[in-house]
Design a protein around this ligand. Structure first.
Ligand SMILES: Cc1cc2nc3c(=O)[nH]c(=O)nc-3n(C[C@H](O)[C@H](O)[C@H](O)COP(=O)(O)OP(=O)(O)OC[C@H]3O[C@@H](n4cnc5c(N)ncnc54)[C@H](O)[C@@H]3O)c2cc1C
Ligand code: FES
Ligand code: FES
Length: 448
């Protein structure tokens, strides 16, 4: 029987980790874990959701040290005002993770603890010489990210430990960072290879420090020390990079294959040591099979009983009959299950319903104002943007989230906001045209 825990504080989460050890399966955004559960790669007995520990989402950019809370979402990093300058690579790596719906809930902590060789945040954090802080029942400890990451799906996180935050020293003056990801398409694609660099120059423009890391070419992200040394000795950057990565090209194919084999066969955690029936202090919600959740959907209050593994998609469709939210891949790949949670676009197929307690959900059924269609709905009809219609609820909700945040997006921003939802019929142009027309005010509420 799967149990669900909903700790309100880090201390409570750590206590649950201490009590259940390897069987305490922490869930942050769930974009990796829920899919692994669905594929049968993980069969947890106990889920410990971290979603109420909002303090762990903090990002603190101090004069000497930068601290990224483990629950910081890709979205939060992408938007952080302090990351525009020398730390630009944090934005560049966060903004290429999945589509909007994945970035709105996927976290830094999940990215590192899942330990995929292709985790996009790992290379730049390695290049920044980051350390991770873990908290377990025995106390807190810090270790270098380089040693924390051990291989595909493997880290030095001890059973039951919570990753609290990641930190690194502030960059000195005349420093810069960059991140480049190479994949087969621009969005919703894991890296085939990624490179991150952090470079510092002296007053004369000579390179005094260079740290370069590669992702997706070895079982973990790796530093490329030879290229770093060549840059520091002021060799031409291109030649240095070519020489420094020569070994990686040879290593890439077999290592990468080994990496992914490792991922798909990672051993199931042994729940044997965990005692059943303990845990659940007064303020920690402990649930057997059914959890009662109350949430608002399209302005209406609902209460329903869910199982810990039920997704929001299942609850919307099966409990509330809101079938406008479509179902397809169930792996956050196609985006047709998009709904807005507190105004944010998410894939409802990978979001646990139990994590949505008290939240405000908008589905396509809640968009029109009585008989009056929403401007986006009118524009989609007028522009012939609908063919089979299966992706359209998601396209419209993604467009609404975009326009609520940025009422005058350009075409690139519209395409980027819609990139997490696939359409097999339209070729996208008419959809983009419809959203652009709404942004120009052509379908204002109450209008044609
Ligand atoms: C469609 C799609 C596209 C994607 N594209 C990319 C991409 O381009 N680049 C990329 O890097 N990733 C990608 N991902 C993977 C994923 O979204 C990221 O790795 C994300 O950052 C995971 O975060 P999460 O909060 O959802 O993790 P979860 O799924 O909640 O957790 C992942 C693992 O980390 C553990 N964990 C989470 N937080 C903690 C913590 N604080 N302490 C201890 N353990 C913890 C969990 O127990 C679990 O084992 C994609 C995923 C999907 C579904
Ligand atoms: S992304 Fe949820 S069904 Fe495809
Ligand atoms: S209109 Fe058919 S999938 Fe988009």
């Amino acid at each position: 029987m799967l149990e669900f825990f909903d700790p309100a504080t880090l201390d409570e989460a750590v206590a649950l980790g201490g009590r259940f050890g390897a069987d305490a399966n922490f869930v942050a955004g769930g974009t990796d874990l829920v899919i692994q559960m669905r594929r049968g790669r993980r069969s947890p007995q106990r889920l410990v959701s971290l979603h109420r520990l909002t303090g762990l989402g903090a990002i603190d950019v101090g004069a000497t040290r930068v601290l990224l809370g483990s629950l910081a979402t890709h979205r939060a990093m992408e938007r952080h005002p302090a990351f525009g300058g020398a730390l630009r690579a944090l934005v560049e790596s966060a903004e290429v993770v999945g589509g909007h719906q994945v970035r709105n809930v996927g976290t830094l902590g999940g990215n590192l603890c899942n330990a995929s060789p292709a985790a996009d945040l790992a290379p730049i954090l390695l290049a920044l010489d980051a350390t991770v802080r873990l908290r377990g029942a025995g106390g807190a400890r810090e270790l270098a990210l380089a040693s924390f990451l051990q291989g595909p799906g493997r880290t030095l996180r001890a059973p039951g430990e919570v990753l609290e935050h990641v930190s690194f020293g502030a960059m000195p003056p005349r420093s810069g960072t960059a991140f480049i990801k190479f994949g087969r398409r621009r969005a919703m694609e894991i890296s085939l290879v990624a490179v991150a660099a952090a470079v510092t120059l002296d007053a004369s423009g000579r390179c005094t420090d260079a740290r370069i890391a590669l992702g997706a070419v070895a079982p973990t992200a790796i530093r490329v020390r030879e290229a770093e040394g060549l840059l520091r000795r002021a060799a031409g950057p291109r030649r240095a990079a070519r020489r420094g990565t020569r070994g990686v090209t040879r290593l890439r194919a077999p290592e990468r294959r080994a990496g992914f084999v490792g991922l798909s066969t990672s051993p199931r955690r042994n729940p044997g040591g965990a005692r059943r029936g303990d845990g659940g202090r007064a303020r920690v919600e402990r649930c057997h099979m059914k959890i009662t959740i109350a949430l608002t959907v399209n302005g209406q209050s609902y209460e329903t009983q869910v199982e810990p593994s039920d997704t929001l998609l299942e609850v919307l469709r099966d409990h509330f009959g809101l079938t406008g939210t479509k179902t397809n891949c169930l792996e956050a790949e196609c985006g047709v299950c998009t709904v807005l949670i507190d105004g944010m676009a998410v894939n409802s197929c990978t979001l646990l319903a139990a994590q949505c307690r008290g939240r405000d959900v908008l589905t396509i059924e809640g968009l029109s104002n009585g008989q009056e269609l929403h401007p986006l709905q009118k524009a989609f009809i007028a522009h012939g943007a609908v063919q089979c219609g299966y992706c359209i609820p998601a396209m419209i909700l993604n467009a609404k989230a975009l326009l609520d945040e940025n009422p005058t997006p350009d075409e690139r921003q519209i395409r980027e906001a819609l990139a997490g939802t696939l359409c097999r019929c339209t070729g996208y142009q008419k959809i983009v045209d419809a959203v652009a027309a709404v942004a120009r005010g052509e379908f204002a509420e109450g209008g044609a």
